[in-house]
Write a protein that binds this ligand. Structure first.
Ligand SMILES: Cc1cc2nc3c(=O)[nH]c(=O)nc-3n(C[C@H](O)[C@H](O)[C@H](O)COP(=O)(O)O)c2cc1C
Length: 213
């Protein structure tokens, strides 16, 4: 079968190339410079997020966009606490040295230093219990991809959500609004390089598990 790219002319080919360029280079950025990020760019990221699929199209996501310096610093502190109170110990020996170093830098100040922190939540009054996370995380991924497409750095993080009650108090979240991810967004302070991923043949099979790709 001919691909859309083959039949769609230059426009389609360019769009498709851009999509794959963004998707294949998206990765976690945990250190930011102090350049501000405009509301227009954040809104574009959020527009991408709310176009994600969700079970029964319930769209149970809620995004709290945090710019207030005190709130950002406190969310950064929660990441640090979670990291110091067990996260680091759990990850040592499990993560590669370079990933451990990156997560360490993020938890020890990088996340709190982002000019914008988006706290991604699930609304348990709207979403079904069984599909709340699986409806909220595709939206989070769209947010990350949109940020990458705009040249922004971002990261999916969950450390601070271990302190869900503290986040709830800090951000006035009602009980039904569950914090599920903390996404720092800003201009990355260094180029990230390509993501490290396993070869497809190690993770994909034809027809049945074990039949090589
Ligand atoms: C469910 C989930 C939870 C994560 N939690 C954290 C976190 O708390 N802190 C952090 O720095 N990165 C976190 N990450 C980011 C991963 O470390 C990152 O996606 C992975 O190491 C791939 O790295 P790369 O994006 O640089 O290629 C999380 C990612 C996922 C999918």
């Amino acid at each position: 079968m001919r691909s859309r790219e083959a039949v769609g002319g230059d426009g389609a080919a360019t769009t498709s190339r851009e999509f794959f360029d963004v998707t294949l280079r998206q990765r976690a950025s945990r250190q930011f410079n102090d350049q501000p990020v405009s509301e227009a760019l954040i809104e574009r990221c959020l527009q991408a997020a709310v176009h994600a699929p969700s079970a029964e199209n319930r769209q149970p996501w809620v995004f709290v966009v945090v710019r207030d310096a005190h709130l950002r610093a406190t969310i950064g502190d929660l990441s640090r606490r979670a990291w110091r109170q067990g996260g680091r110990q759990h990850s040592e020996g499990r993560l590669s040295p370079s990933l451990l170093r990156d997560v360490d830098r993020g938890a020890e100040g990088g996340i709190g230093s982002a000019p914008v922190i988006v706290v991604v939540c699930g609304d348990a009054d709207i979403g079904l219990e069984s599909t709340l996370p699986s409806s909220v995380y595709p939206a989070t991924q769209n947010l990350l991809l949109a940020a990458t497409a705009l040249g922004l750095g971002s990261a999916m993080t969950t450390l601070a959500t271990l302190f869900a009650d503290e986040l709830r108090t800090l951000l006035d979240l009602p009980l039904s609004i569950r914090p599920m991810a903390v996404v720092p967004i800003g201009w990355p302070n260094r180029p990230l390089g390509p993501p490290q991923r396993l070869p497809l043949r190690e993770r994909a099979y034809r027809d049945r598990y074990g039949c090589p790709w």
